[in-house]
Design a protein around this ligand. Structure first.
Ligand code: S3P
Length: 447
């Protein structure tokens, strides 16, 4: 079942080359943060290029429930913020749908205000661990009451008299780091977050852009981020770059479908997000970056991807995992079309995403005739080489957009078509995926 009704089975078949321009939607991480920080600023933030996927729309609804005004007019989003510490108490349960980023960042943003909010989500989100944010939020003085194992639905009682914290994030997670930083906004004094492995740094960049005092130092323990609490955030004009994690799907499709040549203009290339492209180049992918530039504080470029018949398996260094954590599902598909094995280690976090992504990819790849091995925090795909991947399977997607899109891309180059049980979740991050891919020449349809 999809999050919003009946399951939508889909099918992808091999056909002609993929050619043309792929205008992928705005970055999901930056879109959530634009709305949340806009709601915490004083005055009107204007956002263009916002991802209008369900995850982000749910965050917009949540920001209204906390008192901000959020409107879309002529393609621009206008957010009238209530200021740091200005959130009001929502009258209703906050439903974050499928979005771990939405719920964890919003919990952080409200945890240091004297209000109570109850959060829930869809069947996927209700299975995901929240203790990773509730534990540090408790240090500020917030209390959380959830289901067994720290699961949603969960009520967070914000701290009336918050204290600043110093916290070392125990798992590589930008969501946890960001929740602590957002909570630190309404705590007096300095909140310090230390991360051993660098994760996406959009929160740090954007907090600085909104006028917060935030300093990052490299120390022997890792990156140490110090935020001074109780700033007045200034509203911003934000142009959201296009999402490299969404770009990954047409790019990888072009690499494995003979004759393809696809241009993905203006994608964000923040180094904390770009690990997939480095890995693909190591595999022998024909990728070129054109017009490298800066877009609103984030590096960006136009990316051209061409069919790459001689892909080789590689070992992905574990310290690259955080910079491509959402891309392992589509990388494991590309790996099936490479010669030799692709080894992915240090990827334990994949087990607690929208689905257990290691289990979902192993099951679907094996059903499609690809040999895969896995352990608690690793996966090895034994590539069959271009033209040799059987396919002809139905993959279970477990309400996970990236699993759904990965197996549809796979079906564009397997000998027999690939089916997925439900494409409904694709709308959470990439609502135009089907139209964009068919526009490039892909044979993807509802089955
Ligand atoms: C995100 C962080 C990552 C990523 C997610 C978006 C963010 O999650 O998987 O899609 O915007 O901060 P974790 O922080 O759980 O690694």
């Amino acid at each position: 079942m999809s999050a919003h009704g009946a399951a939508r089975p889909m099918i992808a078949r091999a056909g002609g080359a993929l050619t043309g321009r792929a205008d992928v939607p705005g970055d999901k991480s930056i879109s959530h943060r634009s709305l949340i920080l806009g709601a915490m600023a004083v005055g009107e933030t204007r956002i263009t290029g916002l991802l209008e996927g369900q995850d982000v729309l749910d965050t917009a609804t949540a920001m209204r429930a906390f008192g901000a005004t959020v409107e879309q007019r002529d393609g621009t989003w206008h957010v009238h913020g209530v200021g740091v510490g200005g959130f009001g108490e929502p009258e209703q349960v906050i439903d974050c749908g499928n979005s771990g980023t939405g719920v964890r960042l919003i919990m952080g943003a409200m945890a240091t205000s004297p209000i109570t909010a109850t959060f829930t989500g869809d069947a996927s989100l209700r299975k995901r661990p929240m203790a990773r944010v509730n534990d540090p939020l408790a240090l500020f003085g917030a209390r959380s009451y959830g289901r067994d194992g720290g699961r949603l639905p969960m009520t967070v009682v914000g701290a009336a008299d918050p204290v600043p914290v110093r916290y070392t994030v125990p798992v590589p997670s930008a969501q946890v780091k960001s929740a602590v930083l957002l909570a630190g906004l309404n705590a007096p004094g300095q909140t310090v977050v230390i991360e051993r492995e660098p994760t996406r740094d959009h929160s740090e960049r954007m907090l600085a852009g909104f006028g917060a005092e935030i300093v990052t130092r490299h120390t022997p323990e890792g990156r140490e981020i110090t935020l001074t609490g109780r700033p007045e955030l200034r509203p911003q004009v934000i142009a959201v770059p296009r999402d490299p994690s969404s770009a990954a799907f047409p790019v990888c499709a072009a690499l494995i479908v003979p004759g393809s040549d696809v241009l993905v203009p203006n994608i964000g290339l923040n180094p904390t997000r770009a690990g997939l492209f480095t890995t693909l180049q190591e595999m022998g992918a024909d990728l070129t970056f054109e017009n490298l530039r800066d877009e609103g504080g984030e590096p960006a470029a136009d990316l051209r991807a061409r069919f790459s018949p001689d892909l080789r398996g590689v070992t992905v260094p574990p310290d690259r995992a955080a910079s491509m954590i959402d891309e392992y599902p589509i990388l494991s598909v590309v790996a099936a079309f490479a010669e030799g094995q692709t080894v992915m280690r240090g990827v334990r976090e994949l087990r607690v995403k929208e689905s257990d992504r290691i289990a979902a990819m192993v099951a679907g790849l094996q059903a499609a005739g690809v040999s895969v091995e896995d352990g608690p925090d690793w996966m090895i795909v034994h590539g069959l080489g271009h033209g040799n991947v059987p396919g002809g399977a139905m993959a279970a997607t477990h309400l996970d957009h990236r699993i759904a899109m990965s197996f549809l891309v796979m079906g564009l180059a397997t000998r027999a078509p690939m089916r997925i049980d439900d494409g409904g979740a694709i709308a959470t991050s990439f609502p135009i995926f089907g139209a964009l891919m068919t526009g490039l020449g892909a044979d993807i349809s509802h089955a």
